[in-house]
Every structure is written in C-alpha cells, then in structure tokens.
Design a protein around this ligand. Structure first.
Ligand code: GN1
Ligand code: MG
Length: 362
C-alpha cells in the first residue's frame, strides 16, 4: 500500500514530503503527512472491521465539526482552525474518505503546536472536564441526528452478553486457565449493578445525548500554555449517556498507573483528579445535566473501569482480535488492571458523592 498515493487523492495543499507514524491509538492507524506547503496533515486508516459503516461515521464527524465551527465563529473565537478538526475532501468528490483495496482512509489538517498527554494533574483535569462538558453543551442543539458508529457501543448489557458469549464459545481454549476463571468469578457479581444505566434509560429517567465516547486523556489537545484546544478522535461521537464521557476520562486519568500496567498493587483511583474533573465538567455541563445524571456520576466512575475490564477480558478469551496487543497476555494484564481500578473506585463512591454535593452547593 502506497501511503503517498492515498494522500494524493485528497485536496491537500502543497506536495507531500514525508509520511510517518503518529500517536498510539488501539484501533486505527495514524500517520502525519508533512508537505512543502503551509500545512501538515493527519492521514488515518479507519479500522472498518470495527467501524463497519465509514460513510455514516464520516457523516457524523462532518456534522459535529461543522456545528462546532459555526458555534466558535458565532462566539467570535480566534484561532478556530486549532479548536476544531478540519477534514479534507477528495480531489474529485466532496467525500471526506476514500477506499483503497478495501481499506478506508481520511485526512484532516494537523493542528500545529498542540500536545497530548498520557497523564494529567488536577489542574489539567479541571480543564479537561470543562472541555468535555463544553463539547457536549455545544452539541446539545445539533439538528442532524447522529448514527451509532458502533451500535450499542457503551451498552453494559451488551458488553456483559458478549463476555458470556465469549466464555461459552471459548474459541482458543483460554477458559482452561485458572486465572481466567478467577477473573470471571470476580466480575460476575457486579454485572447487575453495573447495568443500571440501561435500566434507567428504559424507565425513561436517563436520556441519551451526543457524547464523545472515547474521552481518554490522550484524546484532548492542549496548547503550549496548557489550555485545551480541542478534543480529537471523533469516531465514536454518538448518542450515549453522559456517563460515557465522565467515566471514560476518569478511567484513564484517575488511575495512578497506565491502563496496561502489570503492577496491580499500584493501581488506585485518584480522588484529586475526580474532584478537579467533576468541578470542570459540572461547570460547563450544568446547563443541561439533570439531577439523575449528576447523582449517578460516581456510578459512571465505576462503570467504565468495569466495562473496560469486561471488554479487554472478552477480547482475551476470543483470542485477541479487537485491541492491538504488544505481547501475548496483554489483554489479560489490561483486564486485571481495570478490575483493580473498578474496585478502588467502587470503594470510594461515598467520597465521590460528598464531593459532588460540595460542588453543587458552591
Ligand atoms: C480504544 O482507539 P483508542 O485507543 O482511542 C477503544 C475505546 C477503549 C480504548 C481502551 C472504538 O480506543 O473504547 O476505551 O481503546 N475504542 C473503540 O484503551 O473500541
Ligand atoms: Mg485515541
């Protein structure tokens, strides 16, 4: 596959000089395109085994980025090209993706002088909370209905069912491993408790809103002064519960170690990060959040480590077909880490409730 030929199908300015790998996502393949023109670009292969409807996915992304751009323009913001992603159309069509040998590609403008982080301190965590709350608030009046790029992506009932199916199929014989049995026994007792969001939705007390759904710390760009520029990685922007964005950020940011650190005894859930993030998030999201949503934010902080544990674990049992792995057993290490984080977070729920009460009375 010739990356340069793919890049040349897009309406980029200048000549392509160099294409090199960028970032460390677990799903798509990402490259930076340097040109002799004023801009650099990001070339990405969208993993269409996972995102099966790339047409819908790009339609969502264009709807979301155009909407945010209009809002920023209306608010008289400066430097808008660094505050929202811009997707580049093809030379011969308004489409923002192309297909080469059954693979899907797209190009966006590279945001210069921007940084991503794998960890954050409380100050940055507050910025991030504000930014994700603002992102949701800006999209609250989006007219175009968005499709689910991965149907039921954060539906815990579905994820629990997928784990059961993986266990029953035992495709690669990993259910014989005693540790796999032990983890399963640890996870199962919490299944019902963790499926609370779907129940509340059926009861009509929990709405779906346009959410980012992949609010990992490293999906946010900061400028050199440490201010948030924009959120990136928009493939999963879709209707979901606000728990998705709140919970998934804390899953990565409040963990004292990386999500795949094998040192489980070092895993803990940082309350200073929780407090700062919640403060920022509530500040910008309170315009639309309901009391039920706020009250359940501590549940969200537990749900996401739990759901991620279930997803990593199911992938391990299925023979590592979803997440990229760096070594055999990587998904099992990730699972153990997320189980430990889930337990740490769950033990701190009363503290989280107290913090939320304090924040709301401010
Ligand atoms: C995937 O691609 P990346 O690394 O941003 C995954 C998330 C998981 C995350 C775990 C589409 O995100 O849901 O939380 O890995 N994205 C998809 O690190 O499944
Ligand atoms: Mg990412």
């Amino acid at each position: 596959m010739n990356l340069e030929n793919i890049a040349k199908r897009f309406a980029i300015e200048g000549e392509v000089k160099e294409i090199k790998p960028l970032g460390n996502g677990l799903i798509n393949d990402t490259y930076k395109i340097n040109t002799d023109g004023p801009k650099a670009y990001v070339l990405q292969r969208v993993n269409n085994a996972i995102f099966q409807d790339v047409e819908l996915l790009q339609r969502n992304i264009v709807a979301v980025t155009s909407h945010i751009r209009r809002k920023l323009e209306a608010a008289g913001e400066s430097d808008i090209d660094r505050k929202v992603l811009t997707f580049v159309p093809l030379k011969d069509s308004p489409k923002t993706y192309c297909v080469e040998d059954g693979k899907y590609w797209r190009v966006s403008v590279f945001i210069p002088d921007a940084f991503t982080f794998e960890t954050v301190d409380p100050k940055y965590s507050r910025f991030a909370g504000e930014a994700f709350g603002r992102f949701e608030a800006m999209l609250a009046d989006l007219k175009e209905p968005l499709g689910e790029t991965i149907p039921d992506f954060h539906n815990m009932e579905l994820r629990a069912r997928q784990l059961r199916e993986a266990v029953a199929a035992d495709k690669v014989g990993r259910m014989a491993e005693p540790e796999v049995q032990a983890i399963l026994a640890e996870l199962m007792p919490f299944e019902e408790e963790m499926c609370k969001a779907e129940r509340m939705h059926r009861e009509g007390v929990l709405p779906k809103r346009v959410c980012h759904c992949d609010t990992k710390v490293n999906n946010m760009m900061f400028n050199a002064a440490g201010e948030v520029l924009c959120v990136i990685d928009l493939d999963t922007v879709m209707p979901s519960f606000v728990f998705s964005d709140f919970g998934d950020f804390l899953r990565t940011a409040a963990n004292t170690v990386a999500e795949d650190d094998p040192a489980i005894d070092k895993v803990d859930f940082r309350m200073d990060i929780f407090e700062a993030f919640a403060e920022g998030y509530i500040k910008s999201a309170k315009v639309f959040l309901t009391p039920v949503e706020i009250e359940n934010l501590p549940y969200a902080a537990c749900l996401f480590p739990y759901m991620q544990a279930v997803r990593f674990f199911a992938d391990y049992i299925n023979g590592d077909t979803y997440y990229k792995i760096k070594y055999p057993g990587h998904n099992l290490v990730r699972t153990r880490n997320q189980v430990a984080l889930f337990k740490a977070a769950r033990a701190k729920m009363p503290q989280m409730q107290a913090i939320l009460q304090k924040l709301q009375s401010k």
